[in-house]
Design a protein around this ligand. Structure first.
Ligand SMILES: NC(=O)C1=CN([C@@H]2O[C@H](COP(=O)(O)OP(=O)(O)OC[C@H]3O[C@@H](n4cnc5c(N)ncnc54)[C@H](OP(=O)(O)O)[C@@H]3O)[C@@H](O)[C@H]2O)C=CC1
Ligand SMILES: O=C(O)C(=O)[C@@H](O)[C@H](O)C(=O)CO
Length: 278
């Protein structure tokens, strides 16, 4: 199946859907990620804090797919935002995965109270110049955080990976990202399998288009212009989540799902203005 691509502000082509790897570790994790690659996923999302960069690197090697055909993204944890520590952490991330470079490296959380994300960004800029990472981005950043990075360095993140699903659709932040040519990625795009997977309104649409609820949710994300990175340990669900490019939702169906947005819709109450992760 031909998957559409999205091009970043620096010219990197990303497949329109990626594969999340949080909690996929060890031999079972290698099998799950290899399965996703065999199905066709060519964008893998990991993080230093997931403690599975080695699992990701092993799955890539086992798959036999040429490295340059896969986009691999990892993330810098909050406890290593200091410049020198950040550079060492990126190198450690590469050693763990057995890779020479990451296609993307993101600051995982801004941690505004800690107040070191600009220093972390300067380290990412250096790592990019060193050829350790092709593009640099952020995760869980609010407009004020991104404005600060741009004002201080003149460099705009390629992507902003944020929580996004029908109960939390982040209209304002998406608009900001779009205005700044930043690609929005949706984390927990299936709400981490919470009540959204049983939502009666989405179930009705799924019945109308003869697809599963998960497929309708992921398709809605594609149509509102974001790049979802669903995780599944199971091949059958990986395939289901990937098969969303041969049908379309009507504008009215898209709007109906967008209307499910709620103020308390976050999966885990992690507001980046307050929440800090190390
Ligand atoms: N930047 C950040 O701060 C964050 C980034 N992430 C990234 O986003 C990725 C995806 O988010 P995640 O939190 O994992 O949650 P998802 O929204 O991707 O949901 C994953 C859950 O949904 C289940 N599932 C997957 N597909 C289906 C399906 N078709 N039908 C029914 N159930 C299904 C999975 O179960 P099973 O595995 O058993 O199939 C799992 O329990 C992460 O893996 C990680 O890479 C996530 C959180 C925060
Ligand atoms: O998974 C991630 O990328 C995170 O940042 C975590 O906060 C994750 O959302 C989590 O559930 C930690 O308990």
């Amino acid at each position: 199946m031909q998957i559409p691509t999205i091009t970043t502000n620096n010219g990197l082509k990303l497949p329109a859907i990626g594969f999340g790897t949080y909690q996929l570790k060890g031999a079972l994790g290698v099998n799950a990620i290899t399965s996703a690659l065999n199905i066709g996923y060519r964008l893998l999302d990991t993080a230093f804090n997931y403690e599975n960069e080695g699992t990701v690197g092993t799955a890539i090697k086992r798959s036999g797919i040429p490295r340059e055909q896969i986009i691999i993204s990892s993330k810098l944890p909050g406890r290593h935002h200091h410049y020198q520590e950040a550079l060492e952490t990126i190198q450690e991330s590469l050693y763990r995965a057995g890779l020479d470079y990451y296609d993307l490296y993101l600051i995982h959380w801004p941690n505004p109270k800690q107040g070191l994300y600009l220093e972390a960004w300067q380290a990412l800029i250096t790592a990019q110049k060193m050829g350790l990472i092709r593009e640099i981005g952020v995760s869980n950043f609010l407009p004020e955080h991104i404005d600060h990075l741009i004002e201080q360095t003149g460099i705009t993140p390629a992507v902003n990976q944020i929580e996004l699903h029908p109960y939390f659709s982040e209209r304002q932040l998406r608009k900001y990202d779009q205005q700044h040519h930043i690609v929005t990625w949706a984390w927990s795009p299936l709400g981490r399998a919470n009540a959204v997977l049983k939502d009666p309104i989405i179930a009705g649409i799924a019945q109308d288009v003869n697809r599963s609820i998960s497929q309708v949710i992921l398709r809605w994300e594609i149509q509102i212009g974001v790049l979802p990175i669903p995780k599944s340990a199971h091949s059958i669900r990986q395939l289901e989540n990937y098969q969303i490019f041969d049908f379309e939702l009507s504008p009215a169906q898209v709007q109906t799902i967008s209307n499910l947005d709620r103020a308390d819709g976050r999966t885990q109450n992690q507001d980046p203005a307050e929440y800090e992760e190390f």
